[in-house]
Design a protein around this ligand. Structure first.
Ligand SMILES: *Cc1c(COP(=O)(O)O)cnc(C)c1O
Length: 402
């Protein structure tokens, strides 16, 4: 394998994000391929017996087994780390594998976690259902309320866990305040940055310790594979995450890593265009629906904070209709272009009814508490022409009687 400039951190960290997204992390084999190679192998062979001995002893870099390292996967991990401004990154088979690993690798029975009440359904399930089974108590709070974070801290609080913007309520967490508060109390912040990717928001610039991803979303960006990533300090990745990941095996496949590498090459362009489209659609809808939750619109209660933390307003937003599930479903059933799908980050525009899909499993009580009402619809805005999308939304509005 030949090093390229993409492997040299002293060079790649000074590149601008668009360059990093195309080139950071690239190795080349003796074939000189332009596009990264897919190393579809589980194991590796050695020239002599001393080589694996040195690698297993940690005295020599090199591959030993694909649950521990794989060249294609490592290229992706280096690229994400550089984009994030993180010392290190490891990838997982899905976003939920990443969230689970980021939490379980550092929490033990008797610990306490404070988490945002508005969150992706499975993230709430981890806090509400999984962690308590292992003696890890959770307190769920309104993440937009800075005082609530402080009030929830206990002597045994180890982790703050949240998304910003949150799925699907678009709640914004004050990163600088909450990460600073955590630091002052020796608490580790774990930020789920799936809605933004490092192109739009780098939580570590505001003091976050660990940034975790569903790379299934904007990083792949074309709805093809599941993938996840955890970024942190070298110490966190080496001492906390790797012992957990290497022995439990939530690894990303080389093929899926390669798909995400290809996705990252266009991340910058896609994010910019999808955010522009989302703002146009938001402006079309804002006076036509009772409530719109879009961080890029001045009427979002945390617009100023969102624009301080995010370089672009995001391509996902929600609207809330007054007529409950019936009116929301009528809106969806009238769409001809926008697909009914609960995925996000895709180049195709997708719309879903969170209460009956992504947030069905958290139950009506948790939905009410986090503000996921029966009239809420979430929209992922893709790369189609915004005017075609607006014509489709007009069909939905008409069917909903708006
Ligand atoms: C999709 C999503 C996840 C889960 O990711 P998967 O890749 O589907 O496992 C976690 N958090 C947020 C905010 C998400 O949108």
């Amino acid at each position: 394998m030949k090093r390229t400039t993409g492997q040299d951190r002293s060079i790649t960290r000074n590149w601008r994000p668009a360059t990093q997204a195309v080139r950071a992390g690239t190795w080349r084999s003796e074939m000189g391929e332009t596009s990264e190679a897919i190393f579809a192998t589980s194991g590796y062979t050695y020239e002599d017996a001393a080589t694996p001995a040195a690698r297993f002893a940690g005295e020599q870099d090199g591959m030993t087994y694909s649950r521990l390292q794989n060249p294609t996967v490592q290229m992706l991990e280096e690229r994400i780390a550089v984009l994030e401004g993180a010392e290190a990154c490891r990838t997982q088979a899905s976003g939920m594998a990443a969230m689970t690993a980021a939490l379980l690798c550092q929490l033990s029975a008797g610990d306490h976690i404070v988490a945002a009440r508005a969150a992706f359904g499975s993230c709430r399930w981890l806090v509400d259902s999984l962690l308590p089974r292992f003696g890890i108590e959770g307190t769920v709070i309104d993440s937009t309320d800075n005082a609530a974070w402080e009030a929830a801290i206990r002597p045994n609080t180890r982790v703050f866990f949240f998304e910003t913007p949150a799925n699907p309520t678009l709640d914004i967490v004050d990163l600088e305040y909450v990460c600073g508060l955590a630091k002052a109390h020796g608490i580790t912040t774990v930020v789920d940055n799936a809605f933004c990717t490092p192109i739009m928001q780098r939580p570590m610039d505001f003091g976050a310790d660990v940034v975790a991803y569903s790379a299934t979303k904007l990083m792949d960006g074309q709805g093809r594979v599941l993938a996840g990533a955890v970024c942190g300090s070298e110490e966190f990745i080496q001492d906390k995450l790797l012992p957990f990941q290497r022995n439990t095996g939530p690894n990303l496949s080389p093929f899926n890593a390669w798909v995400v590498l290809k996705g990252l090459e266009t991340l910058h362009l896609r994010a910019r265009q999808q955010c522009d489209n989302a703002l146009k659609l938001g402006r079309f809808l804002e006076d036509r629906v009772p409530t719109i939750l879009h961080p890029g619109l001045e009427r979002h209660p945390q617009h100023a904070l969102a624009m301080k933390q995010m370089t672009m307003p995001g391509c996902i937003f929600s609207i809330v209709l007054d007529g409950g599930r019936e009116q929301a479903h009528a809106f969806l059933d009238a769409l001809e272009l926008i697909d009914l799908s609960n995925n996000i980050g895709d180049a195709r525009s997708l719309m879903c009814h969170p209460a009956s899909t992504t947030h069905h499993s958290v139950g009506p009580e948790a939905r009410a508490e986090m503000g996921v009402s029966e009239g809420m619809l979430r929209l992922n805005v893709g790369l189609e022409d915004a005017d075609d999308l607006i014509e489709d939304l007009a069909r939905g509005l008409a069917a909903a009687g708006l």
